[in-house]
Design a protein around this ligand. Sequence first.
Ligand SMILES: Nc1nc2c(c(=O)[nH]1)N[C@H]1C(S)=C(S)[C@@H](COP(=O)(O)O)O[C@H]1N2
Ligand SMILES: [Mo]
Length: 314
Amino acid sequence: MLIGKPTDIKGSEITPRDVYLRRREFLLGAAAVGLLPAYAGIAAAAPLQAVKSPFSTDEKLTTREDVTSYNNYYEFGTDKAAPAANAHTLTTKPWSVKVDGMAGKPADYALDDILKGVTLEERIYRMRCVEGWSMVIPWVGFPLADLLKRIEPQGSAKYVAFETLKRPAEMPGQRGILQPLPWPYVEGLRLDEAMHPLTILAVGLYGETLPNQNGAPLRLVVPWKYGFKSIKSIVRITLTDKQPPTSWSLQNSSEYGFLSNVNPEVDHPRWSQAMERRIGEGGLFAKKRPTLMFNGYGDQVASLYSGQDLKADF
Ligand SMILES: Nc1nc2c(c(=O)[nH]1)N[C@H]1C(S)=C(S)[C@@H](COP(=O)(O)O)O[C@H]1N2
Ligand SMILES: [Mo]
């Protein structure tokens, strides 16, 4: 069955989507009459067709409005509203991804060519931010393993490193005097984590191409790890035999480890990770819900870590 067509959008989402489309028309109009800088990439959300995935949760979706207006994307500012306000300046076409390191087929891959070889799936995943909030997001994407197999990891490759675009001209968060993170934003996975069927590269959400604030045009999604592992707007993928640096552990290695698996038993040094607030559920006084080991994906991923002390390897 095909999903993600406009007819599938539920009544409860029509209003925010209408507002979104009107805003888009306004922006497109503004671009046409020259009110916006020429380089402003106005991301016109395009519908995507995708097949349903057995890996999806049936939990209630976080609204499209919340998914696209409450974001962490520090390249556009540290405020939750900043990415939605600022990310329209990002040009996402053309886009290519440099693949290098221990790969049989290193190259600059055009995103269009990457997408020609894959079947898009809708993956409804729980996402848990290290800050203590969570969402349920209907991603559109494909297994990272599909791309890795095409680029042929060499036997010596043990990790996959990822890099976000660094383009201060279009990313106001990279221009300030005080910057929250070193740029470019970098992340990494062990090769077995990267090859796991739950790990996807997303190109859309809610049946349409990704809004810029959510990491257009291509971002990682790793649902059993804290949100920061799911790196946005990827321009480089490197196969390596050494554990790659990651932005948050570069910023503060005592607070953020390499694995960063969701784990209610290992507190962040400055706060508990035992509970979470589901975005959209009531107001300030809404009951929090318990955070699940591996964000509830333990049946699928716990075996990746058998024999590891997850209090030491956090
Ligand atoms: N390049 C980049 N990727 C990033 C971030 C960022 O600041 N820059 N923030 C991370 C964090 S902390 C979270 S919780 C998720 C949020 O993704 P979403 O806004 O699409 O929900 O993106 C992650 N990926
Ligand atoms: Mo996060």
